[in-house]
Design a protein around this ligand. Structure first.
Ligand code: PGA
Length: 268
């Protein structure tokens, strides 16, 4: 029922020219893969060029960050109004934003609200740091982050039809990304990920309702490669992946998406 979802987070990599080249290397193969929502999240400066390249394809575009105001004297920031002309998704609350740029739960909450209010679909990132993991605080941290990010958001705000829960679930994607697994080559285990993602579904069920908790897409992120993707997507709780480093290699990323389509397709 939940459409599998794989997004590539390019982070602060690729010039505009390199980004175009990367898209050229994968667009045909990626476009052909059915049964998975495919999203590329290049740097801001590449969005216009890549938006044009993706016209008429089944591949969607996302940004990596956004400010919560729609316009004004905020030098250097990018608003939801600017993004929504170019892309459908926006990554919010990534651990690198939280860790290096001081994004608090409150800021992430404002950004999620602003994105939804402006018809952008957030890919909300949550996840515990190494010391929190070792102290057995994974659920506590993830609970706090999800509760805070969705604070004050009514399911009805997100809805454009009478099928409230389905509409809500379609507009929001959550990525569970344990910080210790990001860019380290040390991915979490499939079982750990499945348990935490189920926990997130229960948190969402408490905030909104059970059907949204069930319908919402929740991804895993952290050192995902073509060699380990199966471990995650073979878990029924896991709907796909947010891929960093491996999304910068066309062949790797295509293989991750292809394997996701095959495994999730088989389970239907
Ligand atoms: P990684 O990054 O795949 O390079 O670990 C994932 C992410 O930060 O989204």
């Amino acid at each position: 029922m939940r459409m599998p979802f794989v997004a590539g987070n390019w982070k602060m990599n690729t010039t505009v020219t390199e980004g175009e080249q990367l898209v050229l290397e994968m667009i045909v193969k990626l476009d052909r893969i059915e049964g998975v929502e495919k999203v590329l999240c290049p740097p801001f400066v590449s969005l216009i060029a890549i938006n044009m390249m993706l016209q008429g394809s089944s591949i969607k575009l996302g940004a990596q960050n956004m400010y919560f105001e729609t316009a004004g004297a905020y030098t250097g920031e990018i608003s939801p109004l600017m993004l929504r002309e170019l892309c459908e998704f926006v990554i919010l609350g990534h651990s690198e934003r939280r860790g290096y740029f001081g994004e608090t739960d409150e800021i992430v909450n404002k950004k999620v609200k602003a994105a939804l209010a402006n018809n952008l679909k957030p890919i909300l990132c949550v996840g515990e740091r190494l010391e929190e993991n070792e102290a057995g605080k994974t659920e506590e941290v993830v609970n706090r982050q999800v509760m805070a990010a969705l604070n004050g958001i009514e399911p009805v705000v997100l809805s454009r039809s009478s099928e409230r829960s389905e509409e809500t679930a379609k507009n929001l994607v959550i990525a569970y990304e344990p910080v210790w697994a990001i860019g380290t080559g040390k991915a979490a285990s499939g079982k750990q990920v499945a348990a935490t993602i189920q926990f997130i579904r229960d948190v969402v069920a408490k905030i909104w309702n059970k059907s949204i908790g069930q319908d919402l897409r929740i991804l895993y992120g952290g050192s995902v490669t073509s060699a380990n993707i199966v471990e995650f997507i073979s878990q029924p709780e896991v709907d796909g992946a947010l891929v960093g480093g491996a999304s910068l290699k066309a062949e790797e990323f295509v293989s991750i998406v292809k394997q996701t389509a095959e495994i999730k397709g088989r389970k239907k």
